[in-house]
Design a binder for this molecule. Structure first.
Ligand code: HEC
Length: 153
């Protein structure tokens, strides 16, 4: 009798765990690749997230008006809404708040393997990479300059 009760309770607990775990997992955003150690400690220079001159330069790079052959906007859209399905929407703070400074820099510098995102480190200086990152950050903040204090690992 008691054994049966315990058995049933355990069954219910397992079912409960499966139910609780299932939907929570499904709602999780796609995990980010870990940042290589040589990029992990990189940080946006102080004040650059919101510096108007930095953002202006970043916009020039993003829209292909600087010394770079291709514009970021040709793939990432004029405001971070990807032009191709399946690409991450840079207007969504749920995405960008997961990007550490180092992650962001690394992705632009080294590109994303097996996608059309090429490495930019031979075309952009370190300063230019930070400028374009600071500019793209405004997409998830209503087009306004904003500190990256919403970063949540
Ligand atoms: C030829 C198309 C193309 C161009 C040009 C391009 N990208 Fe990308 N980019 C992609 C694709 C495809 C991905 C991978 C899918 C995704 O995350 O959207 C990507 C990924 C990224 C990511 C990582 C996003 C994430 O979710 O991990 C960043 C940051 C990024 N691009 C910034 C830039 C910047 C800045 C420029 C310009 C200097 C640029 N891209 C130019 C196509 C492009």
């Amino acid at each position: 009798m008691i054994g049966e009760k315990i058995g049933r309770t355990v069954m219910l607990m397992i079912a409960g765990l499966a139910l609780a775990g299932g939907p929570a997992y499904a709602a999780d955003p796609m995990p980010l690749r870990p940042v290589p150690p040589n990029y992990a400690d990189k940080h946006m220079p102080a004040g650059w997230w919101t510096d108007p001159k930095v953002l202006e330069e970043g916009a020039r790079i993003y829209f292909g008006q600087a010394n770079v052959p291709n514009s970021c906007s040709s793939c990432h859209g004029k405001d971070g809404q990807p032009l191709k399905k399946g690409a991450r929407d840079l207007r969504d703070q749920k995405n960008t708040s997961r990007f550490s400074d180092g992650y962001w820099y690394w992705r632009v510098a080294e590109g994303v393997p097996k996608t059309s995102m090429k490495p930019w480190k031979s075309l952009l200086t370190e300063e230019q990479i930070w400028q374009v990152v600071a500019f793209t950050h405004t997409f998830s903040h209503g087009g306004k300059p904003s500190e990256h204090t919403d970063y949540k690992p």
